[in-house]
Design a binder for this molecule. Structure first.
Ligand code: CA
Length: 227
């Protein structure tokens, strides 16, 4: 799950980025309205956290422009203002929720989880599966052949990405940007190490291997033992 934070106050932005990263989200942080608008228009996010008062372009203008461009991702407004009119304006423009500063991080996290859950249409959509492997996004649970498998937050994100694109080869560069939020650097073997760990948890004890290495290209989750 990937979140964009548009916040010009450095301390607040870093605090949110750190907290949400620790909670298992991939986070992009930008500190002005124009960058926020461009990121939201060009990349995929499961949620945008938008400050109202921003340099260049305020949160209302960003939201209005996104909705006019048919961008339907959920938006949570953060603002120091707390008048009724401002809340109504935000919601009328298509915000999904509203949080007034200062707020407790636990409150923000609860709202974020609720919005993301609501954003997916039916409960069944929250369970992704391939063969006898199931990934439950709501309960954050992985089950293979009725056995519960414990994954770290990164392993879960990695498996979620693979299973969302089952049968497709995912290049390392794409995995790096989606799961680690970094540009791919061929000197690092962080992806290969993570894949090895994930394999040991979901494939090693089973005959039907699901994670396949596509030499020179990347990785793929599939039922067929083609490789
Ligand atoms: Ca601000």
């Amino acid at each position: 799950m990937k979140i964009l934070i548009v916040e010009d106050e450095v301390k607040t932005g870093e605090y949110l980025r750190q907290g949400l990263s620790e909670a298992g989200f991939v986070v992009d942080l930008v500190n002005n309205g124009l960058d926020g608008y461009h990121h939201a228009m060009t990349e995929h996010y499961d949620l945008v956290i938008l400050d109202v008062m921003l340099p260049d372009l305020d949160g209302w203008h960003i939201l209005k422009s996104l909705r006019e461009a048919d961008k339907t991702m959920p938006v949570l407004f953060l603002t120091a203002r707390d008048s009724i009119e401002d809340k109504v304006k935000g919601l009328e423009l298509g915000a999904d929720d509203y949080l007034v500063k200062p707020f407790a991080f636990s409150e923000l996290l609860a709202r974020v989880r609720t919005i993301i859950r609501r954003g997916t249409k039916t409960p069944r959509d929250n369970v992704l599966s391939i063969a006898d492997l199931e990934l439950d996004l709501t309960r954050h649970r992985v089950i293979r052949a009725q056995q519960r498998i414990n994954l770290t937050a990164k392993e879960f994100l990695l498996l979620e990405l693979l299973i969302s694109h089952k049968g497709e080869v995912l290049p390392r560069s794409l995995i790096a940007s989606q799961v680690w939020d970094m540009n791919f650097d061929s000197d690092t073997n962080v992806i290969d190490v993570a894949i090895r760990r994930l394999r040991s948890k979901i494939d090693d004890d089973f005959e039907n291997k699901l994670i396949h290495t596509v030499r020179g290209m990347g990785y793929m989750l599939d039922t067929a033992d083609k490789i």
